[in-house]
Design a protein around this ligand. Structure first.
Ligand code: IMP
Length: 418
């Protein structure tokens, strides 16, 4: 693995190819050991991944997976939107587990603050969509869209404001709550918002002092290696995803570089992460969505319930055109195919390969392997039909599969030679 990580070069990104929840956290957790700096660029507490600290499971939304590698700088980039109580909670959870993340945390002064009133607006807009159009986006209701709305309207409050005086900051918050209440008819609570911000200010004031783009460049100059954790995934990208059923940030490799202030040409490699089947939470097109019985099986075996919202995920089959599209947008060098073992009991593996003239999905039906691949650690030890499935992905996307996830444990990852 060390050799593989070294070959990725000094700046590597891990990006989801589908609608999120591909299991990016695991490969990041593994690779983080070999990189000097861990960086997350965009999105907010809509993301969710489970990290096991000293045998105890924690769900994190803002801190990147891999931020637990002692002493390594962790960067939260400028394109992020940060809900301060959530961040404080995550810092506390780590503190309880004996890890003080604060000194290694660098938060972009330009990242935006998500207030509770953004959550209220998010819920109000979703309700309105459902009432007027019969269907919402199915957001995570974490205030993501409204926070980015404020950002685009140039009226948001950024993390740099934690450096302002209490008086000024409190006044600015009150103004925004008042404005949001009159625009959206939400209740808002300026006092509670201020109390949250004050707590964060006391702890994190110094952590937002430094321009993180300049910091990233100093890492580059000092020959430190950087691992970029993509949040959400390509098909949820605001520009290139399945609009309007997308999130409000740029989830691609280019979006990550933009969020961190790194020139595009500094990226030396990009790993695409795709689940060996496919899931989606929220509304929107899902061409390869499976029949109810298959969905149930995949959901149960894959534990497909949202880490952020607990919602059951819609389940279906891998769709090669989506993988090719994501590879095209991001410039993937290789695949990490995750959760192969979830398919262990399938009689047949369906893979969407295209559409007919009526827009109906065409499937390739590959024979299942009907035996356990859980915990298999080398490619040759996989059942032949599982090897064929991996080769099928490789052949049809034109991108090598270098990593295969075969279980929950950190060690359950096959490294395939190229
Ligand atoms: P929002 O980002 O909360 O506004 O939600 C917009 C859409 O993106 C919804 O369909 C969400 O379910 C989806 N989404 C946002 N973040 C994630 C994620 O981390 N994993 C999977 N889906 C996500």
């Amino acid at each position: 693995m060390q050799q593989f990580a070294q070959n990725l070069g000094p700046v590597s990104a891990v990006i989801g190819a589908q609608w999120g929840d591909e299991g990016k956290g695991k490969v990041i957790d593994i690779l983080a050991e070999y990189f000097d700096v861990i960086a997350r660029a965009s999105g907010g507490a809509n993301a969710g991944h489970t990290i096991v600290v000293n045998g105890k499971k924690h769900v994190f939304h803002l801190l990147p997976a891999g931020s637990l590698r002692a002493g390594k700088p962790v960067v939260l980039g400028a394109a992020m939107v940060i809900h301060l109580p959530t961040l404080l909670e995550e810092i506390k959870m780590l503190g309880d587990a004996g890890i003080n993340i604060v000194p290694q945390l660098h938060i972009a002064p330009a990242a935006h603050i998500v207030f509770d009133y953004h959550n209220e607006i998010d819920a109000a807009l979703e309700k309105q969509r459902v009432e007027e159009r019969g269907q919402g986006i199915g957001t995570t209701k974490r205030g993501i869209g409204p926070a980015y709305m404020d950002k685009a309207a140039r009226s948001g409050l950024r993390m740099e404001s934690l450096q302002w005086s209490d008086d000024v900051l409190q006044k600015e918050i009150a103004l925004r709550v008042k404005e949001a209440s009159s625009l959206y008819g939400i209740s808002g609570d300026a006092k509670a918002e201020w109390s949250n911000v004050k707590q964060a200010k006391d702890l994190l004031k110094d952590r937002v002092a430094r321009n993180t783009a300049a910091l990233m460049h100093s890492f580059l100059k000092g020959k430190q290696t950087i691992l970029i954790e993509g949040a959400q995934a390509t098909l949820l990208d605001l520009d290139h995803g399945t609009y309007p059923y997308v999130t409000s940030s740029n989830t691609t490799a280019a979006g990550a570089l933009q969020g961190l202030g790194l020139p595009p040409r500094t990226l030396t490699s990009c790993i695409g992460v795709a689940k060996s089947y496919c899931t989606r939470v929220g509304s929107g097109t899902f061409l390869t969505e499976a029949d109810e019985a298959s969905q149930q099986r995949l959901r149960d075996r894959g534990g497909e319930f949202g880490a952020t919202t607990g919602r059951p995920r819609r389940c279906g089959w891998m769709h090669i055109p989506d993988l090719k599209y994501a590879a095209m947008i991001n410039g993937f060098d290789c695949w990490n195919i995750t959760k192969l073992d979830v398919l262990d009991t399938e009689e047949e593996i369906f893979v969407g390969v295209g559409e007919n003239a009526d827009g109906k999905v065409l499937y390739e039906r590959l024979p299942g392997w009907k035996s356990s691949t859980e915990g298999v650690r080398s490619s040759e030890k996989l059942p032949l039909n599982a090897q064929n499935f991996i080769q099928f992905i490789e052949k049809n996307t034109g991108i090598p599969v270098r990593l295969i996830g075969t279980g929950q444990a950190r060690e359950d990852m096959i490294l395939r030679s190229s």
